[in-house]
Design a protein around this ligand. Structure first.
Ligand code: SF4
Length: 170
């Protein structure tokens, strides 16, 4: 399938290298720390799918704000000063899915860690970085198939790339 190359993330190193390189090239947003009222968050009822990119994923929550729908991803881990790259891409994928599903572009998404919450602007630069990463992964996938290197469902559940990986375990 199209996103086979994301299995490179099983080893972690190559995908993180790609993400890190793109982050340096594109200046991915760090986001700003915000305080949020999570009582307004509603669990996303179902997975979202975009046939153009073949992306699928289910944000933890969707927040309706007027005409806008804001995706929220919740992480049980703590973070220091900035979100992790993989989480930024995951949130960007949810923003893309929200836009293509509901027809309204979310201006930002929310990354909620155990110790702080970031509002991440869904900029055209972040969207481009995501699409470039997907294209790069697809290209690598066409050239070389990397099978999943483990059989640990918990590892996939906590993987930042599970939403775009076609070999994830339940
Ligand atoms: S979801 Fe699982 S199989 Fe896919 S990249 Fe992550 S850890 Fe590997």
């Amino acid at each position: 399938m199209v996103l086979i190359a994301l299995l490179l993330a099983c080893g972690g190193l190559i995908l993180l290298w790609v993400a890190g390189r793109q982050r340096r090239e594109t200046g991915l947003p760090q986001g700003r720390v915000v305080y949020v009222d999570s009582t307004a968050w509603e669990e996303a009822p179902q997975s979202l799918y975009d046939p153009v990119t073949n992306l699928t994923g289910k944000p933890d929550y969707l927040v309706q704000q007027g005409e806008m729908v804001i995706p929220v991803e919740v992480k049980s881990t703590r973070v220091k000063d900035a979100p992790y790259d993989g989480h930024l891409y995951q949130l960007a994928a949810y923003c893309l899915l929200v836009e293509r599903t509901f027809g309204t572009r979310p201006p930002y998404g929310i990354l909620h860690y155990a110790n702080r919450t970031f509002e991440i602007p869904y900029t055209t630069e972040l969207e481009s970085a995501l699409l470039n990463l997907l294209n790069e992964m697809q290209e690598k996938g066409r050239k070389q198939r990397h099978p999943r290197s483990h059989n640990v469902p918990a590892r996939c559940r906590h993987c930042g790339y599970r939403h775009i990986c076609d070999q994830k375990l339940a």
